[in-house]
Design a protein around this ligand. Sequence first.
Ligand code: SF4
Length: 205
Amino acid sequence: MTSVDKLAFDPVLAEVLEGLKHLYAEMDRGYEQVAAHYGFECTGCADSCCLTRFYHYTFIEYIYFRKGFAELPESRQAEIRSRAEKYVETLEQIESQAADGPFRMMCPLNESGRCILYARRPMICRLHGVPHEFVPPGRSKTVFGQGCHKFAEKCGHLPYFPFDRTRFYMRMSEIEAELQKKLGVFHKSRKTVAHMLICDEVNSL
Ligand code: SF4
């Protein structure tokens, strides 16, 4: 069995991983431009979005993320994995009870309000917070999304400044398709950051 960490350092995947790095940089520039327009800064938020149960749907992000994780000292990895195990255990308990209400638990990578793998954080962690729009695949109607509650508090009175995520989603899907072709995997990933930290084998991709 091949480990995800091995894949992360496989030269065959270097180009496709580089493509994701560029896409992330483009997203960051887009987000910064929009945030600057509103004068919105993501600081002083007690209800951190890192408490949100986000699922991530691409293998490319999973592998890219694990590359950064593999570079941390082993003792740090063990600490973080132990928090990730706790997270998954709690999430499974809540889901098995089909409990109402949103699941809120701090992401195992967040320490004192900071993301340990900030440069490798997934797409949704980069784009969350400001109002946006996108056209879902195969549809023609634009979907609009609100900013986070902090945005509503600080900047909710301001007129919408266009932030179209469609190009990011489309490029992500192209990169993912390229990766899946190389791996011979043709289904969707669905993992929280905690799952991405504790699953190791390609079979569990
Ligand atoms: S990966 Fe980083 S930015 Fe994303 S939820 Fe976890 S701590 Fe927050």
